[in-house]
Design a binder for this molecule. Sequence first.
Ligand code: GUN
Length: 282
Amino acid sequence: MTAQLIDGNALSRQLRTQVAQRTTALKSRGITPGLAVVLVGNNPASQVYVRNKVKACEDVGFHSVLEQYDATMTEAQLLARVDALNNDPGIHGILVQLPLPKHIADHKVIEAISPQKDVDGFHVASAGALMVGEVGFKACTPYGCMKMLESIGMQDLKGKHAVVIGRSNIVGKPMAMMLLAANATVTVCHSGTKDLAAMTRQADIVVAAVGKRNVLTADMVKPGAVVIDVGMNRNDEGKLCGDVDFDGVRQVAGWITPVPGGVGPMTITMLLVNTLEAAERL
Ligand code: GUN
């Protein structure tokens, strides 16, 4: 079997067209969705990510501001900026790019963002809302993975076993919650889980979100399974690759997301969706 691709670029284009249309409608009522992106320090990867986020906002007609600060910014100064953005009526979403410099406590800054503007979905209020099925913002990467599943007709996952590899606060844990909410049976693993292959071989859906190459190889996948690759790594030639051994796994899986062109563009797309909804909820 050769797996079918779930094309994150194509799905993103579709969804972003819808976002642009809803933005036009909102603007006709005098509201322009606004996103503030805050970057502290000069992490080169973060600089690329935030530029892409701001560009994506401009493409769908949002107002967006990029605030860049020196790595010497204090925690108190950053908290003061977040407070100002919380009170800025032109800003509907606030994103503080992680990681922050070591002298600043990530969670303290995230908890300072108003939950109504937490378009990253990282605030404890957002995570809690997801857990109890209340309205809140969903973390963008797992939300994008759920949209990819939906795009292949996997909306209700009753009777399906999903295995998530990776337990980060920004992907693994919220991913597990979203899969549960869609009625899947969910197993959350660590890359070091004993006999990980025995777990993944039972899975109808595998989500790999570890940040390490070749976490999932062909022998670990049930024929026909759906494989979602959240990883972003570089191979020996310096080329972008995911956590999944793509060439091997695609021979076994039913569906697979590529890297690049899979989950990556979906993360930014869901950020746009969340920001639009923040503006629409006003
Ligand atoms: N760093 C890596 N991914 C993300 C993300 O989705 N949001 C933010 N704010 N920082 C990140």
